[in-house]
Design a protein around this ligand. Structure first.
Ligand SMILES: [Mn+2]
Length: 387
């Protein structure tokens, strides 16, 4: 069984106000081209088809036309689409029936009363167990294993079994995600490996944008990652995964197929940060003809000069690129830079000089206005003490 595994298309995603339909259309056409070339038995899209639960008419049209084109590129191919946390699962019901005419299975919600609806049998080829995104607590206890047991009973010919899920798996590399920790990414708690049960040959995962196998699992659990970067922090290559499984129990064979973005997301500098002056030079030197999105990564002592964004945009005004964002970082001060005072020194130092030392240590600007305010408060306190 030959499966094209992809997820996290995030159609309708807007980057700092810029419409990305040209890139999204290009990504869909590249996938269509891969399908035409590879003629897979199935394509699995493991959630986050759309970026929002209310995609526009234009975005939905782009999606439906692309799916029909993909179907026409390989009419025998089974297409399985599950909902992710960005999608509206209940809306998957609307076109569930007409989609069947195109060999498309769309699964938006977990239906514990009808587990059969999650099992797609491809006669003579294999099985796809399709589980959409769900909060961990709404996935019935042992649901994955229940589905796999049903498949095991039926799978007398030892055909490959592929399972789909949209979630965070323990130990994954979540580079590129905001709001992420070891235990939770994008609001989804990470699941232990054994929560998915036993009996699948390949777990086609969605949610994490960095393409990867989950370590120590014998290359059976994989995130295909985003085919198109959603954030500037996704500083890795983007692709779809072509997976071949000869029979039940065999290790899957993977081919990674890159997807190119006609409008790449570029960090200047590409690694680490630069001073504001250096960042402007990098922008000046950036190729005039590359229609990239640019994020400037700038190290500042306190704040950027006023009008920095306007200045950056005017530098790029004759270029094809679009300056999206200036990402500022401040030097870390883990240890106090001030020399510690002895008790005798502390008793001798004036309150004003003490607070100036503190401000300097914390990298806070202590100007004439601050000094006046401090003196006013100090005078009021001293007055209170005298009364
Ligand atoms: Mn996603």
């Amino acid at each position: 069984m030959k499966i094209l595994h992809t997820s996290d298309w995030h159609l309708g995603h807007v980057l700092y106000g810029y419409d990305r339909s040209v890139e999204q259309q290009s990504m869909l056409e590249q996938i269509e081209g891969i399908i035409k070339e590879e003629q897979p038995d199935a394509m699995v899209v493991s959630g986050d088809v759309y970026h929002t639960s209310q995609p526009s008419t234009t975005v939905q049209t782009m999606f439906t036309e692309a799916i029909v084109a993909m179907h026409e590129a390989c009419p025998t191919m089974t297409i399985v689409i599950t909902a992710g946390n960005h999608d509206s699962g209940s809306k998957y019901k609307i076109f569930k029936t007409p989609w069947r005419a195109f060999n498309v299975h769309s699964i938006g919600n977990i239906d514990k009363n009808n587990p059969e609806s999650h099992i797609i049998q491809m006669p003579g080829k294999g099985f796809i167990v399709a589980v959409p995104y769900a909060y961990e607590r709404t996935i019935p206890e042992g649901f994955f294993q229940q589905l796999l047991d049903k498949v095991e009973e039926r799978n007398t010919d030892g055909l490959p079994v592929v399972m789909m899920a949209h979630t965070t798996v323990q130990g994954c590399n979540f580079t590129g995600h905001d709001n992420a920790s070891e235990t939770s990414v994008g609001g989804i708690d990470s699941m232990p490996h054994d929560a998915f049960g036993k009996g699948y040959d390949y777990l086609a995962l969605g949610h994490i944008h960095h393409a990867q196998f989950i370590h120590d699992t014998n290359h059976r659990m994989r995130y295909s990652g985003t085919p198109l970067a959603v954030s500037f922090d996704e500083t890795y290559d983007h692709s779809v995964s072509l997976v071949e499984i000869s029979k039940h129990g065999e290790e899957p064979k993977l081919t990674v197929i890159p997807i190119d973005n006609p409008r790449p997301l570029v960090n200047l500098p590409s690694e680490d940060t630069a001073s504001w002056e250096r960042a402007k030079e990098l922008l000046k030197d950036f190729d005039n003809d590359i229609p990239a999105y640019i994020r400037l990564n700038v190290q500042v002592e306190d704040f950027l000069p006023t009008g920095a964004m306007e200045e950056a945009r005017s530098i790029a005004s004759d270029k094809q690129c679009r300056v999206c964002h200036i990402n500022t970082t401040r030097p870390e001060r883990t240890h106090s830079q001030a020399k510690a005072l002895t008790v005798e020194e502390l008793q001798k130092i004036s309150p004003l000089n003490l607070v100036k030392r503190y401000a300097n240590d914390k990298n806070v600007v202590f100007d004439k206005k601050m000094e006046d305010m401090f003196n006013e408060v100090l005078a009021a306190l001293q007055q209170q003490e005298r009364n």
